[in-house]
Design a protein around this ligand. Structure first.
Ligand code: MRU
Length: 359
């Protein structure tokens, strides 16, 4: 692997601080212009970093929350098990409310709490060590999952293909290769050439600020387009596949991802282009029957009116609707690429089978 590709795919987007009482993240809101690392020490700092998208992307927020709750627990000096477990639960619930849509957040926090409950009555010092192991395992597993997703995803495209992506599901949002961008990095590493179209992704521009930055840095041919240009790019015959990430996949395959994703899927269907969702099984929520049950985060209207503009682009009192995610109907999805393989319709069966084979 060449050095520049390694720099992009091995970026330390989230890690435990050296004292194990803090979490260190790259502040994604400052990219691509500045690479700034933040050290998060308090519950509020961790909550705000997730809420304000300083750390973002479904797997990355799960990893940050897991490291975060461990780092907080290390600070407490609470040696009575019951008091420790009670405080752990309260802090976990607090961090879990920072963002509602990506299930990886609650998945990772529940896994951490599972360690506390499974070791009831043990000395707290021992429980702390086990928690340290668990958050590291969550991170390491995500690295392996991203690699496997990249390998499966690469089977879906060939040298010279055009791929359209929306939002950012690369190394910054995950670990190492990323999910939706993983096959592109992996193929590039093997000498393949792709032409990638990156939707800018209004209103917070993850595609412009993060995806085009990651791909360009790695030396992959990327063209930045505004979201409303996806149709013409597809009509021109420049796109052979759409690859997107996911924040929560319901049991029937309905998939929540960054606002605008469902529009891309509808366009892809119109032009006969396969539309793939790539994500780890930690993003699949079998307890959620369909997309209507996925909570959709509503964000500050200021993100539409003011963020990124020198002057506000609308009068302050204008009414805004700012959902952060939408749900792509499972009928529009050609395949869901996980670390365990590619699921095809009917998703109710293929997704459930992933978990059965795991047992
Ligand atoms: O609001 P964001 O930037 O956290 O939204 C992120 C996305 O929608 C990603 O596509 C998704 O989390 C997958 S990241 C592998």
């Amino acid at each position: 692997m060449n050095e520049t590709l390694k720099q992009v795919t091995h970026i330390d987007n989230v890690r435990l601080g050296g004292d194990e009482k803090s979490v260190v993240i790259i502040d994604q809101t400052q990219l691509p212009n500045r690479t700034v690392y933040l050290t998060l020490r308090t519950p509020e700092e961790i909550y705000d970093a997730i809420k304000l998208l300083q750390v973002r992307g479904a797997p990355a927020i799960g990893i940050c929350a897991a490291y975060g709750i461990y780092a907080l627990a290390r600070q407490w000096e609470l040696w009575d098990y019951d008091a420790f477990a009670e405080k752990f639960h309260a802090q976990k619930e607090y961090l879990n409310t920072s963002r509602p849509t990506a299930v990886n957040l609650s998945w990772a926090l529940n896994r951490m709490e599972g360690v506390v409950t499974a070791n009831a009555g043990k000395p707290v010092a021992e429980v702390l060590d086990l928690l340290g192991g668990e958050c590291r395992a969550i991170h390491q597993e995500d690295i392996a999952m991203c690699r496997a997703i990249s390998e499966y995803g690469l089977r879906l495209i060939k040298d010279g293909d055009g791929v359209l992506t929306h939002c950012n599901a690369g190394p910054l949002a995950t670990s190492r290769y990323g999910t939706a961008l993983g096959p592109l990095f992996l193929g590039h590493e093997q000498g393949m050439k792709f032409r990638v179209f990156s939707d800018e992704t209004r209103p917070l521009l993850q595609g412009a600020r993060l995806t085009s930055y990651e791909l360009q840095q790695a030396g992959i041919d990327v063209t930045l387009i505004c979201d409303n240009m996806a149709s013409i790019v597809m009509k021109n015959g420049w796109v052979q596949a759409c690859f997107v990430g996911c924040d929560r996949v319901a049991a029937n395959g309905d998939t929540a991802n960054k606002i605008g994703t469902s529009g891309v899927a509808i366009l892809a269907k119109h032009y006969g282009i396969p539309f793939y969702v790539l994500g780890p099984t930690s993003t699949i929520d079998l307890s959620c029957p369909d997309g209507d049950h996925i909570p959709i985060e509503l964000r500050d209207p200021g993100e539409i009116r003011e963020t990124w503009y020198i002057e506000p682009m609308a009068l302050p009192e204008v009414k805004c609707y700012n959902p952060a995610f939408d749900v792509t109907d499972h009928t529009l999805i050609s395949g869901i690429v996980t670390e365990k393989g590619i699921c095809r319709a009917p998703y109710t069966e293929s997704l459930a089978a992933l978990f059965q084979s795991h047992r």
